[in-house]
Structure formats: structure tokens, C-alpha cells
Design a binder for this molecule. Structure first.
Ligand code: NAP
Ligand code: MG
Length: 492
């Protein structure tokens, strides 16, 4: 069974599990209890280079890249079906490793299935163009795969954020080396085992687990690397951009966020409260697109805060595998310290804690990484808790007086991933959506996305985009071919 916890989670290179050159393993902990969960291999820079070599050879020697796109599509459809058959086991593995409630993990794995299907369907739709040129000439373009594409993923949606870029890269005919986050490699390794069963040729999909600075950098610096997709913190993203620039590698960056939510005076308050609660407490707030800065019209402030406080205090916390749990633990004890550190900063800078702001109180949760859903009010805009990404279940609330004031406060951040607007007024909805410096805006919705809709950040939130049909082109290059089609002049 691909997902069994009894068996160590090794690297996956050339179509099989390999223990890594150093044979080093680490014990991963269940974030709900901090008890040992599974053994994961820690790969090295040598393993990274070995994977690049295998991927490069498979790219050149298997017929994956040259084959009819429809055939690649078929393999990816098979992979989607296999994952769907194993959805429950994968969801459970994701929950055990990362902590989120099973219900959310089922949603995540379902999303991966849908992403694979979406790009499987596009694999035979990579079309070039013909370009009119003067004289007896024919000019056309081809879309060719790049070669070996490198993908580096974070721990908050482990399989989903890995496959979000891997699926189009494979569909376009590339071979792939994936480095999952060290804390959450389990579903990526289990998924790799399924690719073999689905008929992905050996060496076309590889997983190397290991430290970012070690394995991640070795992958990018390898001469065979042809593109980099990185999802993670803005800090590491900047560093990766420098590494990629040295080699002129195409780069996609999906980085952090500090999403603004604007609630106007005419908003449907109950719907807004539910949407806002979901947008910050889902996945215990460990979301790049968390709607973490709430700006509410001053007339609604008291009523909305009260509704949100009730939502926060009503959430059932517990181990993600337990029935009815609505919020799980944070991914690690380090993350708990980090999040509570921001709460202290908020307090020190003059903000108040409306609810939460500490570890969960129940003794049954004491051993795990549980933080109570937290709402902060009136934290000064200069506080670290407002300027930096917290990546935990912490919402900050500030009020505004008019539209310009709301937009100004919302845009006063280094980040620009997702913004949310709550209003019944059509003109306010569309005009504010345009004025927000964000890659994505939702109106009267909690954060939501689909494989067919672009996912993009601006400012410190990223470079390029993922999802949607154009994402396939990211993993191709355009070649121009010009042919002189003049016929030879007949000799008199
Ligand atoms: P992270 O520390 O930046 O790590 C992300 C990945 O990069 C991990 O696989 C990590 O490996 C690797 N890495 C670390 N240092 C590296 C280096 N020098 N060279 C190459 N790779 C390196 O982020 P995280 O803590 O896992 O995840 C949280 C962050 O991701 C948040 O900032 C969040 O906003 C962002 N995020 C963004 C999106 C989006 O779509 N925009 C989605 C989800 C998350 P190790 O695990 O070994 O450190
Ligand atoms: Mg990190």
C-alpha cells in the first residue's frame, strides 16, 4: 500500500523507492500529539544531482516528451483515477502528517484529482501559431517542453501545492523533480508510487526529500534544471530568484500573503462573518492566502466583532483524524512559538486580544500544537503582527470610515495575494476589486480557487501564476520556424 506508515518514506528516483546516498532518516511527529508518526529519508545534494541525471535521461530517452499529448493525457487521467480510488488513505496520511481536519484533507486530495484531470485534458491542446510573413515563406511556432522542471513545495497543503505545478509540467511533456517540505513529505512519496502504477515512465517523476538549503539549492544549481517553481515564504523566494537569475531559468514564485478583507456598511453581515471565519481559521490559518487583515466599516464594527468572536470560540479543536473536528493543530511546535510571538508583539504595540491569543486550554490538547482561534483588535499598522505573515489562526481587525480609507489601509502592505470584498453594491464591488493591489480578489466569498482559475500574487507575494489553461504554457518554450517555400525556377 502506497500510504502505509509501517514502511519508511524514501526518495523516489527512476521509478522506485531509494534510501538516499547517506541512508539518513528522520522521525516525523504527529502534530496533534508530538508522538512519532513515520520515518522519512533525508536526501542530500548528491541525491538531488542523481535525480536530475535520471530525470534528464528519461526526458531524452523515454518517449514522454515526444509522444502524442493525448497519450500523456491518458496516463494523467489514470493517475487521477488511482488517486481518487485511494482518496481516503491519502487524506488520512495528509492529516496525520500535517494536522488539518480530515474533511479538509479530503478536499485537498479531491482538488489534486481535479487538477490532474484538468491538465490531462489539456495535454493534447498545446498549439502553435502560423504567422503571416512577406514573400514565399511560411512561419510557424511550436510549443516545446523545457526538459527537467524543478518544483519546491511548502508544508501547508503538501500534496495540493506540489501537484498544482507538477500536473501542467507533466502534461506539457517535461520530466519533473519535486522537493516537498521536510516536515510533510509523506503524500508526495506515496503519490510517486502511484505514478508508476499509472504508467508514468520511470524517471519522468522523481521526489527528493531533504533540507531546502541542501537539496533545493542543488536542484536549482544543477546544469540540467530548465525551470523552477517555488511555493513558500517570500524570504526563501527572494533567494531562489537570485539563484535562478544566475542561470537565466524561467521561474514561478508563489509566496506569502497578508490578505485584506473589506466589509462595507451594506454587507450581509452573517454571510460575511462565516466567510471571514473560514478564511482565517481553515487549515488553522496556515494559508498563504489567509484573509488575515479585516477592515470593517465603523458602523458594523461592534456587531461583526461579536459574530466573529462567537465563531472563533465555537470552533471544535482536536486531532484532525477525530470526527467533527473543525480546527487541527499547527504543523509544528516551532510554528506555535512563532504565532504566539506575533500575538505578544501585537499586545506590546498597543493592540488588544478579543479572544484566543494562547495555546488551546483543554488538557486533552496540551501535548499537541494547538493554538486557540485568535482575534486581535486595533493593532497599529506598524506592528510586526500587521506587517508580517503570521501563518496561524490569527485575525486582526481595524475599522475604516470611507472607501478610500479602506482601500488605502488594504494596500498598505508588502504583500498582494488575495483580497476579499463584502458588499451588496455592484459598483463598490467591482471598483474596489480593481483598486486592490492583489493578484486575486473574491467578492462575497471566502478564499476559493479552482484548477481552471489563475492563482497569482503581486508585490512580495510572487511572480507569474499557476492554474488555468495558460499555466501549461509556462512549462513550454516557444520555437519559431521560418521556411522559404519558393519553388525552384524552371530552366528555360
Ligand atoms: P519555506 O520555508 O519558504 O519553505 C518552502 C520550501 O522551500 C520547503 O520545501 C523548504 O524546504 C524549501 N527551502 C527552504 N530553504 C530553501 C533554499 N535555500 N533553497 C531551496 N529551497 C528551500 O516555506 P514554508 O515554511 O514551508 O511554508 C510557508 C510559506 O509558504 C508561507 O510564507 C506561505 O505564505 C507560503 N505559501 C505560499 C503559497 C502561494 O501559493 N502563494 C501557498 C502556500 C504557502 P524545507 O522544508 O527543507 O525547509
Ligand atoms: Mg520554512
Amino acid at each position: 500500500m502506497a500510504t502505509s506508515l509501517e514502511r519508511p518514506f524514501d526518495l523516489f528516483i527512476g521509478g522506485r523507492d531509494v534510501p538516499g546516498a547517506r541512508g539518513e532518516r528522520r522521525t516525523l511527529l504527529d502534530p496533534a500529539s508530538n508522538q512519532p508518526l513515520a520515518q522519512s529519508t533525508v536526501g542530500s545534494a548528491d541525491d538531488a544531482r542523481a535525480a536530475m541525471e535520471v530525470a534528464d535521461r528519461a526526458y531524452r530517452e523515454s518517449n514522454w516528451s515526444q509522444d502524442d499529448g493525448a497519450r500523456r493525457g491518458k496516463v494523467l487521467f489514470r493517475l487521477a483515477a488511482l488517486l481518487e480510488t485511494n482518496l481516503e488513505a491519502f487524506a488520512r496520511l495528509e492529516t496525520l502528517n500535517m494536522g488539518k481536519p480530515l474533511r479538509e484533507s479530503r478536499g485537498d486530495i479531491g482538488y489534486v484529482v481535479r487538477t490532474l484531470e484538468y491538465f490531462a485534458g489539456l495535454a493534447d491542446k498545446l498549439e502553435g501559431e502560423t504567422v503571416p510573413v512577406p514573400g514565399p515563406r511560411l512561419d510557424y511556432t511550436l510549443r516545446e517542453p523545457l526538459g527537467v522542471t524543478v518544483h519546491i513545495a511548502p508544508w501547508n497543503y503538501p500534496l495540493l501545492l506540489a501537484i498544482r505545478s507538477v500536473a501542467p509540467a507533466l502534461a506539457a511533456g517535461n520530466s519533473v523533480v519535486l522537493k516537498p517540505a521536510s516536515l510533510t513529505p509523506l503524500t508526495a512519496v506515496a503519490f510517486a508510487r502511484l505514478t508508476k502504477e499509472a504508467g508514468v515512465p520511470d524517471g519522468i517523476f522523481n521526489v527528493v526529500v531533504g533540507n531546502g538549503a541542501d537539496v533545493g539549492e542543488a536542484l536549482i544549481e544543477d546544469a540540467r534544471c530548465r525551470s523552477v517553481t517555488f511555493t513558500g515564504s517570500s524570504e526563501v523566494g527572494h533567494h531562489i530568484a537570485e539563484l535562478a537569475a544566475r542561470r537565466l531559468l524561467p521561474l514561478t514564485l508563489e509566496l506569502g500573503g497578508k490578505g485584506p478583507v473589506l466589509v462595507f456598511a451594506d454587507a450581509d453581515l452573517d454571510r460575511a462573518a462565516r466567510g471571514i471565519g473560514y478564511g482565517i481559521f481553515q487549515n488553522a490559518g496556515q494559508m498563504c492566502w489567509a484573509a488575515s487583515r479585516l477592515f470593517v466599516h465603523e458602523s458594523l464594527r461592534v456587531a461583526l466583532l461579536e459574530k466573529l468572536r462567537m465563531i472563533a470560540e465555537g470552533l471544535k479543536l482536536g486531532p484532525g483524524v477525530q470526527d467533527g473536528v473543525e480546527m487541527g493543530p499547527l504543523v509544528s511546535a516551532d510554528q506555535v512559538r512563532r504565532v504566539l510571538g506575533y500575538v505578544s508583539d501585537a499586545r506590546a504595540s498597543g493592540g488588544s486580544v478579543v479572544t484566543g491569543g494562547m495555546r488551546a486550554e483543554s488538557p486533552a490538547l496540551a501535548a499537541g500544537n494547538f493554538v486557540a482561534p485568535t482575534i486581535l483588535a486595533d493593532v497599529p499598522a506598524s506592528s510586526r503582527a500587521i506587517r508580517e505573515e503570521i501563518f496561524g489562526p490569527v485575525l486582526s481587525v481595524t475599522s475604516f470610515t470611507d472607501v478610500d480609507d479602506a482601500v488605502r489601509q488594504a494596500n498598505d502592505t508588502a504583500y498582494g495575494l488575495l483580497g476579499a470584498v463584502w458588499t451588496r453594491d455592484l459598483a463598490t464591488a467591482h471598483s474596489v476589486a480593481r483598486r486592490l493591489e492583489c493578484g486575486m480578489v473574491v467578492v462575497n466569498e471566502s478564499p476559493i480557487t479552482y484548477p481552471q482559475t489563475p492563482f497569482a500574487g503581486v508585490k512580495a507575494s510572487g511572480l507569474g501564476f499557476e492554474q488555468g489553461r495558460r499555466a501549461l504554457e509556462t512549462y513550454t518554450r516557444r520555437k519559431n520556424i521560418l521556411v522559404n517555400v519558393a519553388t525552384a525556377k524552371k530552366k528555360p
